[in-house]
Design a protein around this ligand. Sequence first.
Ligand code: ACO
Length: 448
Amino acid sequence: MQIHLNYHLKWIEVMSAKNNKIANLKLPNGSNIEFPIHSGTIGPDVIDVKKLYSESDHFTYDPGFTSTGSCKSKITYIDGEKGVLLHRGYKIEDLAENCDFLEVAYLLLNSDLPNPEQKKVFDNKITTHTMIHEQLSMFFRGFRRDAHAMAVMCGVVGALSAFYHDSTDITDPSQRLVASHRLVAKIPTIAAMAYKFSIGQPFIYPRNDLSYSENFLNMMFSVPAEKYEIDPILSKAMDKILILHADHEQNASTSTVRLAGSSGANPFACIAAGIASLWGPAHGGANEAVIHMLNEIQKNGNVYEFIKKAKDPNDPFRLMGFGHRVYKNYDPRATVMKKTADAVLGAVGKEDEPMFILARELEKIALEDDYFVTKKLYPNVDFYSGIILQAMGFPSSLFTVLFAVARTVGWVAQWNEMIEDSEQRIGRPRQLYIGEKQRAFTPLNKRN
Ligand code: ACO
């Protein structure tokens, strides 16, 4: 095991974790430091390096945090090698198959699945918080109509803290609970309003007689002038999409929420930070990028050319929807997503949608290609989600917004867990400084 510090820290050995739970680090000056090794309920052990700096004047160096655990958590477990994803111990496949979104939301926010009474109370809580302060609707009108919906989401979700002062005291558990409910309840309303504003249609108010997914579809696609029928296959698919994206351990946006929250920032500001992080194409923007890529391939007509580009180390092109930092196996969410794609495309009469056929062909070619096999690059959750969302009528610019709607409950659950963690401190990583050493200042008129 090597640490990339200039002056060669040398790990002598990580003594067998299972035997005595001690890792031993020998430094160049001959001193020895012992670190405790902790075990979770499942998954790899962790070496606790908290005292490294105070005892040795060294930091660890781990850009991208590929070997760094930032917290303890009871919410989500991923085994990337085996392709396993558990929420509070339950397999994602079982949750997606048997639960509605609010059931999974309850599970993430609490430690167990709700019983029927708890579910009724929770559903009611969320349903009765779906409207947003009327003045917030003015906020949308301040944006250009062609603004990306994620830009609008960052702004409006951050602005919630200016409207809900009675739920920003993070030291008060009851305020945290209300903020959590508000965020989960209002995020679909805000997302639908962002969409309606972009296409110049009137905002549609939430309806308390509908389920979470039905209400979202209604706010997105109905217009006041006519009755909107919600296809149960589509609302069921919406539920699955939301469940599959609800949480995913310490990914970039969740870590952003935790880091923002570690300073004591209010929950609405923290979730806005998460939305900003999710926007990037390497994270939540990937399903939008998949659709752009499939469109390009369709125009070009040659799948193999794109596969070749993806494999070329001198070409920055990557096969979007393939590969994952953690999964080195088929993403279990992608399996459910592919099945859902079949159901949705069937329901909307698009079984022979050329883009779906192309996606399946691309997947088959990549899964048999040595490059993708040896690098363990499998389809991730985003590979099929864009196709489903497009078939349901969502424009591609809204895909990441959908992801944000689903992930809000995960962010909120992780944020709450962080606040309640007695070990929690402000997040403050350090660095390996490679800039100038201290030097003499030259006044402006003396510089060449
Ligand atoms: N196409 C072609 N090659 C790839 C791809 C891909 N999609 N993904 C990774 N690789 C290659 C890399 O070039 C690298 O090759 P090298 O070892 O020869 O340098 C190797 O596989 C490892 O890739 P890394 O970038 O080191 O893996 P990392 O864990 O940093 O990246 C990521 C993961 C960002 C998801 C990456 O696979 C990717 O860019 N995929 C496409 C974007 C995407 O689908 N993102 C969605 C992620 S899921 C989510 O956020 C919900």
